[in-house]
Write a protein that binds this ligand. Structure first.
Ligand code: NDP
Length: 367
């Protein structure tokens, strides 16, 4: 291999304007580096925000490969000097290993060690620290390998780290954006761990469509599915009360923000926790004082990138192994997905479409 093809950006803005198809020489293998070949990389909401310049992790614009090799095929003669490769998640195979490298071998399936590595490219070269092996990767599908590090890990950590498990009792979790890729993982991991879920989805005004959505989430293991429109009603309040009974509803997972999050937090038992991980509605979270004063609800944020940065590779590996095991046991399924072809037009269009939501599923570039 001597040439890398990549989708890069060297300024922030609308993906269709700033993304460029770029080819450059793959840096030669050294004693301390490895070469990897990308197999599949998703397009996540955060990738789009990152290209727009609206994400806290901004990969530096660097010279990619050999300076003499720069070319852009965008037809606008706009020579890329320094750029970042788009994408943050994906699975690659190790194809060459330097003599002094330990811990990685040819054929290993790896994910990126950190957010910001750039995964919309055919090959990459780098030190072994850039990558992390997915244990038993080939016991699960390529799509599962490519999408393991963001959504399933987020669901796993939020369910595991905020509420201490209660021996012999069944706890409830309430979540909005329940049909998002993270939400689907929450439903399935919760079920595998003996937790019950109350799942809030955006209403669809065609009854048949909401019925199908309800059916699909129930098939994944959702205990109850309700719509955001129903959240505030008196009937829903009594219904949820009857579902939860004497059990605890101590954890709320907020993908959406705005009114949906405030309404959802009202259902938490005293001393419950609301963990915000997304802001799909782009509306601020309003907190009534009564929730703080009388119910002692506490509010947290979770960011999987920060988690990976502040925990050891061993801890991450333990989580990956647990997730692979759940996947191999068919307790955690592939997210809904659509394939994106590896060519400039298809990738740019897919990124511009950005967040596809439940209907079409996660867009995944197949190399
Ligand atoms: P998906 O594309 O799978 O799902 C998007 C979800 O958002 C769908 O449920 C969709 O519902 C809902 N949605 C879209 N627009 C709105 C809106 N205006 N109001 C309410 N709901 C809306 O996304 P992911 O699962 O990949 O990500 C979901 C969120 O979680 C994103 O904000 C993402 O950035 C964040 N995230 C955060 C992480 C972290 O570490 N903090 C890690 C992973 C993801 P519908 O079907 O009704 O359109």
């Amino acid at each position: 291999v001597d040439k890398v093809e990549a989708v890069v950006y060297s300024s922030y803005g609308a993906p269709s304007q700033v993304l460029k198809w770029h080819s450059y020489g793959l840096p030669a293998l050294t004693r301390d580096t490895v070469h990897v070949k990308f197999l599949a990389s998703p397009i996540n909401p955060a990738d789009v925000n990152q290209i727009q310049g609206a994400y806290p992790i901004k990969p530096p614009f660097v010279a990619l490969g050999n300076e003499d090799n720069f070319s852009t095929d965008g037809g606008d003669n706009d020579k890329v000097v320094k750029a970042a490769v788009g994408g943050n998640e994906g699975v690659a195979e190790v194809i060459a290993v330097g003599d002094a490298v330990s811990g990685l071998k040819k054929g290993d399936r790896v994910i990126m060690a950190k957010t910001g590595h750039g995964t919309w490219r055919t090959y990459a070269a780098g030190p072994p620290e850039d990558f992390q092996v997915v244990p038993n990767a080939t016991s699960v599908s390529l799509i599962q390998q490519a999408t393991i590090s963001v959504n399933p890990c987020t669901a796993y950590r939020m369910l595991k780290d905020f509420i201490p498990p209660q021996q012999g009792k069944c706890d409830y979790v309430i979540q909005n954006g329940a049909n998002s890729a993270v939400g689907q993982a929450v439903i399935q991991i919760a079920k595998a761990w003996g937790l019950k879920t109350i799942n809030v989805v955006r209403n669809r005004y065609i009854i048949a469509i909401i019925a199908i959505l309800r059916q699909e989430l129930t098939a994944l293991g959702a205990t109850h599915v309700i719509t955001d429109d129903q959240l505030g009603s008196f009937e829903t309040k009594s219904l949820v009360k009857s579902w939860v009974g004497k059990n605890r509803l101590l954890l709320g997972l907020n993908c959406v923000g705005g009114k949906s999050a405030t309404e959802m937090a009202r259902y938490l038992s005293a001393n419950g926790k609301l963990v915000t991980y997304g802001a799909m509605a782009r509306a601020p979270l309003t907190l009534p004082a009564s929730m703080l004063i009388f119910k002692n609800i506490s509010f947290y944020g979770f960011w999987v990138s920060k988690w990976a940065e502040t925990h050891s590779k061993e801890e991450r590996s333990e989580m990956l192994a647990d997730l692979v095991q759940l996947m191999a046991a068919k307790q955690l399924k592939e997210p809904r997905w659509t394939a994106v072809e590896w060519n400039e037009k298809a990738v740019k269009e897919a990124v511009e479409n950005g967040i596809q939501g439940y209907g079409k599923g996660k867009q995944i570039v197949l190399f």
